[in-house]
Write a protein that binds this ligand. Structure first.
Ligand code: GDP
Ligand code: IMO
Ligand code: MG
Length: 430
């Protein structure tokens, strides 16, 4: 029963997309389990760059089924644009399937996302304004419209009418004109006509694949510290990017998860507001942003940069019960004389070795760094651990030892090929 979960072990953009593409070639089924088009997953293959926001990154393998799981919130317009764009880039793709239980993102969600952000003033979360929070709010309030209703020609107009009344009264509180029922219905009915053939009850299908011993890969979005419960609340997303979310968002029970890989960079990035203990808000941070081309895949915003935070990474290993680490962007840390890693925090004069859950407390901690030797050279042609400089290997060993989690895969460049499998046995948990 090889079922593998891939999660982000930091604040997102760790290169989950690249990993899902690399391992997706071995998988029968790839299921995205959380979030919506707030995600931006990049794959570089055969000289082409693909950017996925909703479609699982496994879609590029023609024998793979790519599912949008029940834990997702799906913008139909965004999905269709992405599908058309991907088909134009590569004509042969895997099979696209959408869970009938996934929720639909409507224009009022996007409007409310921006309006609510505006109203937060100085306390902005820095959301992607894709309507993700408001769509999950409707899900929890039990007024969301799911895919099964969306593609039902009889039920959709009735449900939309009822929900739009509620949403228009909320928009009026922000001084906004009501959305026209006829316009939204006409536009979204056209999307529903195109999406209908892809919508299915996916849980039985996933269960059968698991029972048949097929390779099932569960693709996470965002990252551990953006999790609604485990992240730096309220500077989080509205879903569950942690490994537990993979069960919730696909319908697989926890006993059927065989392996969990956590993707992390050799340093740290974050987009949006919220505490970031190892942040380098200085020239060094600017330098890493430039050489690492650290700009958001979805919004184009410059990512905040910091040294590797091992206190946080160890916490992520525990929260996700990681089987192994996937360490990315080792190439970017080349040519630094020394590299700092946070091994403790200082809080009010005392040292602590855990991540406080309250953001006010977390924003007061100061990292305690350990200095490690850097290395030189272009690592992008390395294909085996032995090809790496000794200091780079020592850096990876330090990460593994500190977090008590072995390194399974190392990424030395954005391309599919720029990958080192360090420990094959950790991947599918077989
Ligand atoms: P995701 O959201 O976790 O899938 O990550 P993103 O795609 O948003 O951001 C990762 C970025 O890093 C993309 O531009 C990738 O092409 C790039 N990338 C992935 N792995 C590596 C690597 O090992 N080295 C370098 N330099 N870039 C990488
Ligand atoms: P991938 O899958 C990085 C961040 C936003 C903001 C917070 C809430 O590409 O790693 P939201 O729009 O979700 O309500 O925004 O979460 N965020 C991400 N940051 N990578 C992502 O996805 C993100 N998805 C959301 O910047 O701080
Ligand atoms: Mg991303």
């Amino acid at each position: 029963m090889p079922t593998l979960v891939i999660v982000g072990a930091q604040w997102g953009d760790e290169a989950k997309g690249k990993l899902v593409d690399v391992l997706g070639s071995q998988a029968n089924l790839v299921v995205r389990f959380a979030g919506g088009n707030n995600a931006g997953h990049t794959v570089i293959a055969k000289g082409k760059e693909f950017k996925f926001h909703l479609i699982p990154a496994g879609i590029l393998h023609k024998n793979t089924k790519a599912l949008l799981g029940s834990g997702m919130v799906v913008c139909p317009k965004g999905l269709l644009e992405e599908w058309d764009r991907t088909l134009a880039q590569q004509s042969e793709l895997g099979e696209l399937i959408i869970s009938s239980a996934a929720h639909v993102v409507f224009p009022y969600h996007r409007m409310l996302d921006s309006l609510e952000e505006e109203a937060r003033g100085d306390n902005k979360i820095g959301t992607t304004t894709r309507g993700i929070g408001p769509a999950y709010q409707d899900k929890v309030a039990r007024i969301g419209i799911r895919m099964s209703e969306f593609v039902d020609k009889i039920r959709f107009p009735i449900r939309l009418k009822a929900v739009l009344e509620v949403k228009n009264s909320y928009l009026a509180q922000f001084g906004k004109e009501p959305l026209s029922y006829d316009d939204v219905l006409a536009e979204y009915s056209a999307y529903a006509d195109r999406i209908r053939p892809f919508v299915r009850d996916t849980e039985p299908m996933v269960a059968e694949a698991v029972e048949a011993g097929e390779k099932v890969l569960l693709e996470g979005a965002q990252g551990t510290f953006l999790d609604l419960d485990s992240g730096t609340y309220p500077y989080v997303t509205s879903s569950h990017p942690v490994a537990g979310g993979a069960c919730l968002g696909t319908g697989i029970g926890p006993r059927h998860i065989d392996s969990v890989l956590g993707v992390c960079k050799t340093y740290t990035t974050r987009v949006g507001g919220g505490p970031f203990p190892t942040e380098l808000d200085n020239e060094l941070g600017d330098h890493i942003r430039t050489i690492g081309k650290e700009f958001g895949t979805t919004t184009g915003r410059g990512r905040r940069i910091g040294w590797l935070d091992l206190v946080a990474l160890r916490h992520a290993c525990r929260l996700n019960s990681l089987s192994g680490l996937v360490v990315t962007r080792l190439d970017i840390l080349s040519n630094f004389e020394t590299i700092q890693v946070a091994v403790k925090y200082r809080l009010d004069g005392a040292e602590i070795d855990y991540v406080p859950s309250d953001v006010d407390v977390l924003s007061r901690v100061e990292p305690v760094y350990q200095e490690l030797p850097g290395w030189e050279g272009d690592l992008r042609s390395a294909r085996k651990v032995e090809d790496l400089p000794r200091e780079a290997r020592a850096y990876l060993d330090f990460m593994a030892e500190f977090t008590k989690t072995p390194v399974a895969i190392i990424s030395v460049g954005p391309d599919r090929e720029e990958t080192i499998i360090a420990n094959e046995n950790l991947i599918w948990g077989e």
